[in-house]
Design a protein around this ligand. Sequence first.
Ligand code: SAM
Length: 259
Amino acid sequence: MKSTKPITKDQRPNQRLFVSSDLSSDVLVTLEEGQAHYLVHVLRLSLGVQVLVFNGRDGEWLAELKSISKKSATMQVSQQTRPQDYPADLTLYLAPVKGDRTDFIVEKATELGVAHIRPVLTDRTIVRKLNQDRLSARAVEAAEQCGRLSVPEVAPPVPLSALLCAKMTECVVLFADEAGGCPSIQVALADRPLKVGLLIGPEGGFTPTERRALRACSHIRPVSLGPRILRADTACYAGLVLIQNCWGDWAYSLSCNKA
Ligand code: SAM
């Protein structure tokens, strides 16, 4: 059994690192070339320095930098500082947007606690190819920075029809419809479904045909994000905040932080 020894804020090393290896007391973790380069040459950490490591499965652990070579580095894992937790089952379905806004959406959605990020291609989606590795790396960086113990998976893009046809039994997808006249997120989630998705359209919005098809699906509920038309990235952040506040982990963590 793992015994977790919580550490105080003052004892917490500043650096957190996502690794793929299994973590337990005394194991040696070999860092990939990119991570080793980052720790040693960018952060200029030296032998003996402690960092926090996590892999999305085994919680968070203290580890000490034990050896450095040109292409790799090793860390010795010592004690677990936090047991593994799992985020609420919240998925962001987003139509990719232009420039680096999709990267920012991935970063912010990770900070806001989503479990999955699934890009969706709609009729008016202009950006149809994504750099999967870059987006996944952005999610890792954001998870390291914000203290999460897991990294949301960034899936390859799928056509909107896949979402329409999906047989989702426990998941309710909130379709942010800028046309107005829809319930708020709070009202739409009043029955507290087990899994929630948020669907945000591209710069040009959804076509009338898509909107009709979305509204015809029993697992998809149209919602409003207020009286103004938000840019797609703002709509992602606003929707996720509202979902976390009334359904997700915010109410819980706010009361914990006060203790
Ligand atoms: N083409 C639309 C227009 O000009 O009226 C704007 C689309 S908006 C930039 C991109 C997406 O953000 C929309 O498809 C919708 O999912 C979401 N969105 C923006 N404002 C919203 C609102 N007030 N309520 C619900 N969804 C909104």
